[in-house]
Design a protein around this ligand. Structure first.
Ligand code: ADP
Ligand code: MG
Length: 463
């Protein structure tokens, strides 16, 4: 028998049987989660021991923690997949920050050709608009640079681009130091700006959380993609060949979205996941990310919807050009569907009939659409606990003290109950009383703010 929330009144027996099958595919037992956590931990150890493993565990060269009492204004550049932001971050010395920022939408030309000149020009605009451009007599401005693409970091302000992801493709950059590329573009404009730190967005999120709450140990992104960073004991990083930091710790960028991409053996792949992966621009890569993050969940749901429609179990077998186009179901529609409690499910009706252009949906169609949204979203939130539990239990000594986890990204911020489901799953593996020490908090815009804080820490160290 199905659980009651998965029972569709007014459904045919065939429809209910299909829903039951989906429930079986998408609900994850605690035992299954436990086995994935165990494998994730094994992969973490592998990545700590050597380069080139599925979890890259990249040393960030960030080894300090802000105290929260630092003051002053610092700058950052935050390069995401769609927008570039230039920020000035003012620290109030009491763990609070004020930000002033300007957004520049990446042009097609910037994404494929002129990226670093585009960034330098945006920095120039930001400084000139505010009369902040340093003159010949003034010291250069230090900036942090958040760059959310896989980079093999070589120092706090240098790193080699491993590959482009998320829609960017600028020739001639892979294999080169992205800070050098940006610094040269700034020089061409005669701007007295020094790129003082190269920062992954997860590392920025962690440091911004740490400024506000010194107990922060982990930074996570659940946005377009997913990834995390945490403070690791440097003596546990066997592959580290550099000088040991005085603090004895270093933030590692896990690049956890890649988990299980080499074997496809541990994550709960359904035919709908396999289809998404096959048709993606990066097949057999980012397997964990593809089950968790905003870029992909709508597409998994679309695959399920088509699977049902093709069996005439949804929309009486009808579909539309829009429904047949990849990516036509944005993950934000799943959020809307999950929250629709209206008697006629009218929000869902809108999505099906207006957005997806499939006319005359029945109540059963809408109920099934909602169940699909719940199943895909809940699986994402429960699977997210895998990385969290594996990372927190890696340093069990920390679990006896308060631990804050700073999280940024639209999936975490907006998907209904994402945090509650994630926390509930974590509590199964890290029970009370330790569970009580764990706090999840939204680190909004943390990636940019954190880069400014890291630039501040790096510049202080120089003097
Ligand atoms: P980025 O990852 O580029 O920093 P965001 O954190 O805003 O950006 O994440 C964008 C992703 O979040 C997109 O894939 C989008 O589909 C998804 N998203 C946007 N709004 C919502 C929402 N209300 N519910 C769930 N996912 C959303
Ligand atoms: Mg972001």
């Amino acid at each position: 028998m199905s659980e009651s929330i998965y029972l569709v009144e007014c459904a045919t027996a065939e429809q209910q049987a299909a829903v039951d099958e989906l429930v079986k595919q998408f609900l994850l037992s605690d035992d299954k989660l436990a086995s994935i956590i165990k494998e994730f931990r094994r992969r973490m150890e592998e990545g700590l021991a050597a380069d080139g493993r599925v979890l890259k565990m990249i040393p960030s060269y960030v080894s300090e923690r802000p105290t929260g009492s630092e003051t002053g204004s610092y700058f950052a550049i935050d390069l995401g997949g769609t927008n570039l932001r230039v920020l000035r971050v003012t620290l109030d010395g009491k763990g609070g920050v004020k930000t002033e920022q300007q957004k520049f939408m990446l042009t097609e030309e910037a994404k494929t050709r002129t990226l670093f000149d585009f960034i330098a020009q945006s920095v120039e605009t930001f400084l000139d608009d505010r009369n902040l451009r340093p003159t010949g007599q003034q010291p250069a401005i230090s900036m942090g640079f958040t760059f959310s693409y896989p980079v093999q970091q070589t120092s706090i302000n240098s790193g080699i681009l491993v590959q482009w992801t998320k829609g960017l493709n600028v020739p001639g950059c892979v294999g080169r130091d992205v800070v050098r590329l940006l610094q040269d573009a700034l020089l061409r404009l005669g701007l007295r700006v020094k790129v003082a730190a190269l920062v992954n967005d997860t590392v920025g999120t962690l440091l911004s959380a740490a400024y506000t709450d010194p107990s922060s140990q982990m930074g996570i992104i659940f946005g377009t993609g997913t990834n995390a960073a945490y403070y690791e004991d440097i003596s546990s990083v066997a592959k580290w060949k550099g000088t040991n930091p005085a603090s004895g710790e270093m933030v590692l960028n896990m690049e956890w979205g890649a988990f299980d991409s080499d074997e496809f053996a541990f994550l709960p792949f359904t035919p709908h996941d396999i289809k998404l992966d096959r048709k993606s621009i990066n097949p057999r890569k980012q397997a964990y990310e593809k089950m968790i993050s905003g870029m992909y969940l709508g597409e998994i749901a679309r695959n399920i919807v088509l699977w049902l429609a093709d069996q005439r179990l949804l929309f009486d077998g009808r579909s539309s050009d829009i429904l047949n186009s990849m990516w036509s179901i944005d993950t934000s529609y799943l959020s809307s569907a999950v929250t629709d409690d209206s008697p006629a499910l009218s929000e869902i009706q809108q999505i099906i009939e207006k957005t997806l252009n499939v006319s005359n949906s029945t109540m059963a169609d809408r109920r099934i659409f909602k169940i699909i949204s719940v199943l895909v979203g809940e699986r994402a939130a429960r699977l997210s606990s895998v990385g969290v539990v594996a990372t927190l239990t890696k340093r069990p000594e920390l679990l006896d003290m308060p631990i804050n986890i700073g999280i940024d990204g639209s999936m975490y911020e907006h998907f209904p109950d994402f945090e509650r489901i994630l926390a509930e799953a974590v509590s199964r593996f890290i029970p009370e009383p330790q569970f009580r020490n764990i706090r999840f908090s939204l680190a909004k815009d943390g990636s940019g703010v954190g880069a400014a804080i890291i630039a501040m820490l790096a510049t202080k160290k120089d003097i």
